[in-house]
Design a protein around this ligand. Structure first.
Ligand code: CA
Ligand code: CA
Length: 265
């Protein structure tokens, strides 16, 4: 019985023999290949350039033996962009579009690593409209109104009084006579106000230029003072029983300093 089992086992290579054979095979394979350094290029992605805007992107290699020498090994950088052997991609792209290239580096032992990149040159950012706001009459009394002039950097659409926040008053009659660049309106102060500090604020996001780009932030007008509190007066006649030939002092007391007060009306 024991002899039969020994014969059966002899027909297959022993497990330790197979493991040794595999080790020898791998060793021979390793000897047949060069000892390749793993040169890795970073970063894994790079920002999209913007047409007409300066671009700088430093590429780095690691894993090999310094120094590294960088190169574009296939494809091409967008027109206007260049690279140097120190790994800097630089320049000002001139042409929108999508570009694919491989950026690589040789290390000191001529081991090479690379990475593929795809960038899309973006259209230049378009600035939204800006504005100035001028209130003509900077001291508004009761019954007065003022012209307000809003001048944009370009013709705008979507401009309405709702885009304006008006301190202690309202604007009305908003209109443009030059196609949307210069606008005028009438500012009417609220009655019963005595406030030296007032401004009109425009929400620039409420208007867009011809390209459909809205403004950003806010625009504030010059300051205007409002005094629409009409003065009140009390009149006291000292002698309340005037006989013929008598005179009396009459005292007028106003609620605030007044001008234009005379016995002539
Ligand atoms: Ca005035
Ligand atoms: Ca608007």
């Amino acid at each position: 019985m024991h002899q039969l089992l020994a014969v059966r086992q002899a027909r297959r290579p022993a497990p330790h023999f197979r493991a040794a054979f595999l080790s020898l095979f791998l060793l021979a394979l390793a000897w047949s290949l060069p000892a390749a350094a793993q040169v890795t290029i970073q970063p894994t992605t790079i920002p999209n350039p913007v047409q007409g805007s300066a671009y700088n992107q430093q590429m780095t290699a690691s894993g090999g033996t310094a120094p590294y020498t960088y190169t574009v090994s296939s494809g091409g950088l967008p027109p206007g962009l260049f690279y140097n052997t120190a790994g800097l991609i630089y320049g000002t792209p001139t042409t929108q579009g999508t570009y694919t290239f491989t950026f690589g580096a040789y290390d000191g032992t001529a081991a090479f690593g690379s990475r593929s990149y795809t960038v899309t040159v973006q259209p230049p950012a378009v600035a939204g409209p800006t504005a100035t706001i001028v209130v003509a009459d900077t001291a508004l009394a009761a019954s007065e109104t003022s012209t307000v002039t809003i001048t944009f950097s370009t013709a705008v659409t979507g401009f309405a009084t709702g885009d304006l926040t008006v301190a202690n008053g309202v604007v009305s009659g908003l209109a443009s006579s030059d196609g949307g660049t210069t606008w005028t309106a009438t500012l009417t102060p609220t009655a019963g106000i005595n406030d030296p500090s007032n401004v009109i604020v425009l929400d620039n996001a409420g208007v867009t230029n011809a390209g459909g780009t809205p403004g950003t932030g806010t625009t504030t007008s010059n300051n205007y003072a409002i005094d629409t509190q009409r003065p009140t007066a009390t009149v006291v006649v000292a002698d309340t029983a005037l006989a013929a030939g008598e005179t009396s002092t009459v005292t007028f007391t106003f609620s605030e300093a007044v001008t234009g007060f005379s016995t002539q009306t």
